[in-house]
Write a protein that binds this ligand. Structure first.
Ligand code: CO
Length: 160
């Protein structure tokens, strides 16, 4: 596994609509593992493939020590709304308040080719919504309020 270079705001790949994964092969599995390693090395709780320069619909999330390797995600249901502070590996030193659905249902494909549906709330739901936005070329700074520099008060609650 290797730690990959993170693309930062201004790189065109972060503005593209990422393409669906058609075949889950060795290359995709290596990408998932490298994305996870990159996320852990940078203290993130989530990472999307465009952030490492790959325009494919893949995200990796780790909330409360459970890692999700998520291919071709679709948010099929949303409920409620919540505002919380977010940051992003691609926008170093910037934070802002983002309104997101409080609960979601996500359908995706696992690395073992299984279609899975999960319900998520709280930080996991927020993180998934942030990462899925990356697949549609949207950064949190495009939708955040009160964008500021520096560290947020509760570092462990950041979404990347
Ligand atoms: Co991000």
């Amino acid at each position: 596994m290797s730690v990959l270079e993170i693309k930062t705001a201004g790189e065109p790949v972060l503005k593209q609509i990422a393409a669906p994964v058609r075949k889950i092969d060795k290359r995709i599995k290596k990408l998932l593992d490298d994305m996870a390693e990159t996320m852990y090395a940078t203290d993130g709780v989530g990472i999307a493939a465009p952030q490492v320069g790959v325009s494919l619909r893949i995200i990796v999330v780790d909330v409360e020590n459970k890692r999700y390797d998520i291919i071709n995600p679709e948010i099929i249901w949303r409920e409620g709304s919540a505002i919380d502070t977010e940051g992003c590996l691609s926008c170093p030193d910037l934070f802002g308040d983002v309104e997101r659905a409080e609960k979601i249902k996500l359908r995706y494909v696992t690395r073992y080719h299984k279609v899975k549906e999960i319900e998520a709330e709280g930080l996991l739901a927020r993180c998934i919504q942030h990462e899925v936005d990356h697949l549609d070329g949207r950064l949190f700074i495009d939708i955040a309020q009160n964008i500021r520099k520096g560290n947020p008060p509760q570092r462990e609650r950041q979404v990347k």
